[in-house]
Design a protein around this ligand. Structure first.
Ligand code: MN
Length: 288
């Protein structure tokens, strides 16, 4: 078995802009929790918004460089626009995999429709590092609509795995990535269990979004916790308690490259951060 190494509780909630009330699970700006190649994860746990006739809530224009942002919409809708001329709506069940690469400017708001209607909003934003060799790749985004994300039933009707990225039992996930990694949206039904086997060279962690789980018959974790596993071979058994469990599984081959973060930029050296700031100020990231 691949043993649980440690669990971490989410940090306290804070607002990103006025539309995303998030709990951080890990960050490249804080303690190293062994999540490389994943830099940061913010969970906007279910939060109710009243109908709003004014401007939609969210985050206005801001840059990114040197990594990828992955937005997973569980409930509610996110509207985005960016400096490549792209834009659209991330609906429930959809994922947006945006490669900031050499530099992008974008904005993220509740969709006008969701904003007017109001309701429950639940989103994850995950930052995936780019290998040094690809930090300056041209910016782009992959819109992964729900219907293009492969969904695999777990044995004995224990639940399902939606393959946002990576590989499960020979099935390829929806996103193209720059390094070897898995991002799986897992549901395990109440009182059921499932076993997941990841490559031994992957670091492995799981974010528990809902429910209570027991790993390998011994260690427990609950909603709002990050479970980090030992970096060894072996499988992890996930047993759901009396409520359904929702997990975001993250695994990947660590890049093991220097990480220098400054706000929305993540590079390998301080000099590259200075350059990114200058390039952004000089308008070289473009405009929406
Ligand atoms: Mn952003």
């Amino acid at each position: 078995m691949r043993k649980l190494h440690q669990t971490y509780r989410a940090s306290s909630r804070h607002w990103v802009g006025d539309g995303f009330f998030v709990q951080p699970l890990f960050s490249h700006m804080g303690e190293d929790r062994g999540t490389d190649p994943f830099l940061m994860l913010d969970y906007a746990a279910p939060h109710a918004y009243a109908p709003n006739d004014g401007a939609p809530r969210g985050v206005g224009q801001h840059p990114h460089k040197g990594f990828e942002t992955v937005t997973i919409a569980y409930q509610g809708e996110v509207a985005h626009r960016d400096s490549t001329g792209g834009g659209g709506i991330i609906r429930e069940g959809d994922v947006q995999w945006m490669t900031a690469g050499a530099g992008i400017v974008h904005e993220e708001f509740h969709s006008e429709d969701f904003s007017r209607r109001g309701g429950t909003f639940e989103v994850v934003q995950l930052w995936v590092n780019l290998p040094q060799a690809h930090k300056n790749t041209p910016p782009r985004y992959q819109h992964l609509p729900k219907e293009n994300i492969p969904s695999i039933q777990l044995p004995e009707n224990a639940g399902q795995v939606r393959l946002i990225a990576g590989d499960y039992d020979g099935v390829r996930g929806a996103a193209d990535t720059f390094s070897e990694l898995n991002v799986w949206d897992i549901d395990v039904n109440a009182n059921q269990s499932a076993t997941f086997r990841l490559p031994a060279n992957h670091q492995l962690s799981m974010v528990i979004l809902r429910g209570e789980v027991t790993f390998n018959g011994q260690d427990t974790a609950g909603a709002g916790e990050l479970a980090v596993f030992e970096h060894t071979a072996g499988a992890v058994q996930v047993q759901a308690a009396s409520e359904p469990v929702k997990i975001l599984l993250l695994s990947g081959v660590p890049l093991r490259e220097p990480v220098v973060g400054y706000g929305p930029f993540v590079m390998n050296t301080h000099e590259e951060i200075r350059q990114a700031l200058n390039d952004y100020r000089d308008g070289r990231f473009g405009a929406i």
